[in-house]
Ligand binder design. Sequence first.
Ligand code: AHR
Length: 353
Amino acid sequence: MKKQSLAMIVIALLCILVLSFGNSFKSESEPVHTEIATTNEYIVVGFSQLGAESDWRSANTESMKSTFTVENGYKLILEDGQQKQANQITAIRTFIQQEVDYIVLAPVTETGWDTVLQEAKDAGIPVIIVDRMVDVSDEDLFTCWVGSDFELEGKKAAEWLNRYAKAKGIASEELHIVNIQGTIGSSAQIGRTKGLAETARTYGWDLMAEVAGDFTQAKGKEVMESLLRRYDNINVVYCENDNAACGAIEAIEAAGKRVGSDIDKGEIMVISFDGVKKEAMNYVLEDKISFIAECNPLHGPRVKAIIELLKDGQIPEKFSYVDEQIFSANKTVKEIIVDGMAYTVTLPEIVEE
Ligand code: AHR
């Protein structure tokens, strides 16, 4: 009896000791525990966005923010790379330390990702690449990719120009083209530049210059000003996004020249990509931009669908290409055929903000 009560006293003392130790541990480490408790309730997504250079990019960031919300069961950690790959690599390393559930990467350029993607893979964190591609030695370094076929976009624009010139009786050698390129080394630039360059070679167009415009309005304007000083016979400006196109139009009009599809009457034709910037879509309706190949930025729901598949233990498609339209207000060309597929020319819909 005596032994039993002694044992009970010892057990009671041990319980008090354990409880009080537990409490003091909890209060000292409260922020850490609170954080873990909070994030455990949500799927944590680390998103390395490459920057904020264009209206397209803002729409893309917004799509991710409005999809990966607390209400939808997610916690989004968004890092802006400010156009620097080094910043994006640091962001990915931080996500790994934070033990996020998924990493989403919108890469600024294609190369240079092998090491950091290997680190994410070693940490067992799935990486979803969005928008532009990565060029890595082993495609197992990332889970999957979703985005646009940039070369196809370029081919659509070039084929539309081909059909337009033929319909108007403009000879190949009469097309004097300059290309205001996007961020050099990005998939969007590589694909769109290739789409134009190859078509120009096929038809014998005069592709006079390819100059980097960084996908921004300011650079588009600056580059166009210098191109106009260098060449007096430009009649087609191929701009690799809408922001650069709007900048180029500013420069052309400031130089006292007219933009429009009537190159046979001295106008300078502007061709562009995206179809996101409201000003650019209005320019299509006014025929200040002759043609836009759509590049769709609304990847948030697409990435969410991929994460839901992965959560269910399913394997998503390695590469998912988004279907995209073509916009023009000019009635000369109604349809184009690229790589055996027909695309109908559509009038843009202006979405009021
Ligand atoms: O990678 C997509 C491209 O990046 C868009 O065309 C452009 O506007 C953006 O900045």
